[in-house]
Design a protein around this ligand. Structure first.
Ligand SMILES: *Cc1c(COP(=O)(O)O)cnc(C)c1O
Length: 227
């Protein structure tokens, strides 16, 4: 039986996917190039299960421990599940992150790149990664500053990390278009194909500007209740 919650969450996912497709059509980007990442951090389990039952398979979490608690056992039960780490990672947790996640979006310093490369080798799990860029140069935020990106790209190339794209989180009160444009320009410079950008408030814009990995939480699941 389909519950109201499940119908609501499925409806949200379908609507968002339609908006993304429409934006892709509008901008001429292939629809298949954009994927919707359901950001499940802090959301109660019944909402996450509803998304799984609706067929959603790509999820984003920002904290390792929470992700382990939520997905550690579930991962076995859902074929095709793809977990993205979208929050900052401490080097001493790299081993656990490599074991759990399928994509790491927040590589932002050479030390972390070194540790991840060693762990991936050790576990024989060669995950795709994104380099997170602090396009707004906000001191409290993760991400490499744009001027530090060349060195980080060089280091990750030398380490043979599988860097697939760039990720950014624009400052809350800036026009996100400026940040998406900068991220796109930087990705092009380094021949990187994927752009992780766009959240509940700005995903149509992100899709129109070429986002390939769109991270949406609230618009799918509803507000997060932080305790
Ligand atoms: C929480 C989070 C999101 C989702 O934000 P919403 O506004 O709920 O869509 C996207 N990206 C990152 C990095 C996040 O931490």
């Amino acid at each position: 039986m389909t519950s109201t919650l499940q119908a609501r969450i499925k409806g949200n996912i379908d609507t968002i996917q339609k908006d993304i497709d429409a934006m892709c059509d509008h901008s001429g980007a292939p629809r298949a190039a954009s994927k919707l990442i359901a950001v499940s951090k802090v959301q109660p389990m019944n909402r996450v299960t509803a998304a799984l039952d609706a067929g959603q398979r790509v999820f984003g979490e920002n904290r390792l421990q929470e992700a382990q608690e939520r997905w550690g056992d579930l991962k076995e039960n859902y074929e095709g599940l793809e977990l993205h780490l979208i929050g900052g990672l401490q080097t001493n947790k790299a081993a656990k992150a490599v074991a759990l996640f399928d994509v790491i979006q927040t590589v932002d310093r050479i030390k972390l790149a070194n540790t991840l490369a060693a762990e991936m080798e050790k576990q024989d799990r060669h995950l795709p990664v994104f380099l997170q860029v602090n396009t707004g140069k906000e001191p409290q935020k993760g991400g490499v500053l744009p001027e530090g990106l060349p060195d980080l790209v060089k280091a990750t190339t030398d380490l043979k990390l599988n860097v697939v794209g760039l990720m950014c989180i624009p400052p809350a009160d800036d026009d996100p278009a400026l940040h998406f444009a900068l991220l796109k320009k930087l990705a092009k410079r380094y021949g990187l194909k994927r752009l992780s950008m766009g959240m509940s408030g700005d995903f149509p814009l992100a899709a129109a500007m070429g986002a390939t990995d769109i991270r949406v939480g609230t618009a799918i699941f509803g507000e997060r209740d932080y305790i």
